[in-house]
Design a binder for this molecule. Sequence first.
Ligand SMILES: [Zn+2]
Length: 111
Amino acid sequence: MTKAGGRPRVDDSWLYDTETVRIGVLLFGARPCTDCGLPLPACSDYFSPSKNGDGFAHLKSACKRCTAARYRGANRQRKQRGRDEAKAVRLVHDLCVRTSRMLDLRGLVRP
Ligand SMILES: [Zn+2]
């Protein structure tokens, strides 16, 4: 298995096995994930608990898989943004060097 870095992914494929999900739904009741729409067992194996204002633990509306996928996507976007910013800084720097050289050639500015 190859991975692009970051934490090693936990193998949760057994959790999403049709039979496991069916038994879980029988035990805990079905809770459709708001992201993938799968009716999954309403328990903390599938949904991360989150605390609302009332202090009681609730299960998040998106399943753990979707939450992880979203997190990975956001992480990727953040990295890409960082690369874009570095590129922009380089471009501006190059431009400034060129502009100052040009101005210098014309005797307008002495650096
Ligand atoms: Zn989901």
